[in-house]
Design a protein around this ligand. Structure first.
Ligand code: SAM
Length: 227
């Protein structure tokens, strides 16, 4: 499929997301338009880069559907300069979209995305994708169990979990700044989960908003599922 056709597919998604109220902010729209999802999918799926569904990336894992990336970015209320922890790097695509918002090229507000992935082969895959597309300087990819967070770089302005947990992992709340936002799918294994928006209050307590039903691959680890 020629590049122009991919761009047309992407513009169609943007129009649809705006109409549906999924895409609301100019920052998320700019980042979604800028980051080439076709560079983060396996080569056999390039033509499907802007079909609105998750796609396999190997090792039983997926790159999330584009509408889910947009929804989660909107929920995170990202700002330039934010330090963001992503748990579940996968292909590196979502991390690149976040980096485009928190650390836009040429801006003085240099935010950072720290992204942690448990499967070493996907860590390499994501690094290659991020390097080829120019995001590796703004995204640090770590190999490890992200259900424990990544205390070395804490505290974070925002935390995003792109795999489903049985409950909100305590270390992630601990590593969030006061006023910070954590977005995470919580619920049953493989089936239905709720996408939660968790805000850390000055008291250290949290407020939780349920953004609706989703279906994610499991968060596997100490504070996730023990598979
Ligand atoms: N954000 C990804 C992207 O843009 O391609 C999609 C992520 S995929 C839906 C979920 C990822 O979470 C998988 O790559 C999986 O290996 C990873 N994962 C699961 N449990 C994890 C854990 N405890 N720590 C880090 N990564 C984990």
């Amino acid at each position: 499929m020629p590049q122009r056709a991919l761009e047309e597919d992407k513009e169609m998604l943007i129009r649809y997301y705006r109409k549906a109220g999924i895409l609301r902010s100019p920052e998320v729209e700019r980042a979604f338009r800028k980051v080439p999802r076709e560079e983060f999918v396996l080569s056999g799926y390039r033509d499907m880069a802007y079909v609105d569904r998750p796609l396999p990336i190997g090792y039983g894992q997926t790159i999330s559907a584009p509408h889910m990336v947009v929804m989660m970015c909107e929920a995170l209320e990202l700002k330039p300069g934010h330090k963001v922890l992503e748990v579940g790097t996968g292909s590196g695509y979502h991390a690149a979209v976040i980096a485009e918002i928190v650390a836009p090229e040429g801006s003085e507000d240099q935010g950072l995305v720290v992204s942690i992935e448990r499967i070493p082969e996907l860590v390499e895959y994501a690094r290659r994708n991020l390097e080829r597309t120019g995001y590796l300087g703004r995204v640090r990819v770590i190999c490890g169990d992200g259900s424990k967070g990544y205390p070395e770089e804490a505290p974070y302005d925002r935390i995003l979990v792109t795999a489903a947990a049985p409950r909100v992992p305590k270390p992630l709340v601990e590593q969030l700044k006061v006023g910070g936002i954590l977005v995470i799918p919580v619920g049953s294994l493989y089936l239905y989960q709720d996408l939660l928006k968790v805000r850390k209050l000055p008291s250290g307590e949290v407020s939780v908003e349920n953004l609706g039903g989703v279906a994610f691959v499991p968060l596997v680890g100490k504070y996730g599922w023990r598979l």
